[in-house]
Design a protein around this ligand. Structure first.
Ligand SMILES: C[S@@+](CC[C@H](N)C(=O)[O-])C[C@H]1O[C@@H](n2cnc3c(N)ncnc32)[C@H](O)[C@@H]1O
Length: 316
């Protein structure tokens, strides 16, 4: 039984990892970062080049962005035209260095397809060598390996713009990066919800259903590239009173249920919902921790009732 549960979990994880990002979503986010790419080498290291819209975006916009080099690695696949088959122990990588024949199209003949020794796992020594060459890493990595993926980017001191689940903000390994301003959220998806291309069935309601796609809620962009949005201070105008902003039973901070309700005249610690991170400006607020890490019992309680996880902040 335990074994079949494990198999189910593994299958579920593998399934959740096989979502492909739409070109329009990449364009929507990347338009805010154009200035970062001039003269840079970009690595897409979870990307079968001719399926990945990340590769497509950077190849098509190579000259517009002024890129130096584009590298993409396939995972368990040596057929760069196919979705990840995840059946092959040897993978390939592709290098594109811009339009050579003047037709302004990235032709297959202009792309160098080279073998990897192993399966293209981003953690392998040879993929780490490619990572070292990169200035900026941009992809939608496997959700199930998000912690490891980010840890590796930080270890090798890389700039990045990647897609992940909003819940990852709370991860013990990720949250300190937000606190230390080493990672922040990008512009994001409409209502924090993305439609990914997939071969799996979508269970979304009819209104949201799109053929060949799966709707995934709470998805966002994580980055360490500077963007103006990060320095826009939120307009706060509510005033503090102890009835609307009760203190936690188990922590010396007031509870704020909605980010827009943060009182403008309260200087002590406040617990706010995770969505605060979309509005976080380091010149306006300081992040003190999460309820999981900071509060006794690992959760916030108000009038003996457990409430949702909170991020603890203070006005600067
Ligand atoms: C969420 S999908 C996104 C694919 C593509 N980056 C995109 O945005 O369309 C994650 C991809 O990572 C690949 N992958 C899974 N484990 C990997 C690993 N250890 N190293 C590199 N790629 C991996 C999966 O095969 C899958 O294609």
């Amino acid at each position: 039984m335990a074994n079949s549960n494990n198999q189910l979990q593994t299958a579920k994880k593998a399934r959740e990892d096989e979502f492909y990002t739409q070109l329009c979503d990449i364009e929507n986010e990347l338009r805010h970062y154009r200035t970062h790419f001039k003269g840079k080498t970009v690595l897409c290291n979870c990307d079968d080049p001719r399926v990945s819209n990340f590769f497509k975006y950077f190849a098509l916009n190579f000259e517009i962005l002024g890129l130096k080099k584009l590298i993409a690695t396939c995972y368990k696949n040596n057929e760069p035209d196919l979705f990840s088959m995840n059946t092959c122990e040897q993978a390939v990588y592709i290098i594109y260095e811009g339009d050579k024949n003047g037709n302004r199209i990235p032709d297959p003949s202009e792309m160098e397809v080279l073998p990897l020794q192993g399966d293209g796992d981003f953690r392998s020594a040879e993929c780490i060598e490619l990572l070292k060459q990169a200035d900026i890493v941009c992809t939608n990595p496997p959700f199930s390996l998000f912690r490891e993926y980010v840890a590796q980017l930080i270890k090798y001191d890389k700039k990045f713009l990647i897609i992940g689940n909003q819940n990852a903000i709370h991860y013990r390994e990720i949250f300190p990066l937000f606190m230390n301003n080493q990672v922040w959220l990008g512009y994001g998806f409409h209502r924090n919800c993305a439609h990914f291309i997939t071969k799996y069935e979508d269970n979304a309601s009819d209104a949201d259903h799109r053929e060949g796609m799966i709707r995934v809620p709470s998805v966002t962009w994580f980055t360490n590239l500077e963007i103006p949005r990060r320095h826009e201070q939120m307009i706060i105008y509510k005033t503090y009173n102890p009835d609307d902003y009760p203190k936690y039973d188990n922590y010396d901070a007031i509870n704020v249920d909605k980010t827009t309700d943060i009182p403008c005249d309260y200087d002590g610690p406040m617990g706010v919902p995770i969505t605060f991170m979309y509005k976080y400006c380091p010149e306006q607020f300081e992040i003190l921790g999460t309820s999981t890490d900071s509060m006794p019992k690992g959760a916030p309680y108000v009038a003996s009732k457990r409430i949702y996880e909170r991020i603890i902040i203070r006005k600067i």
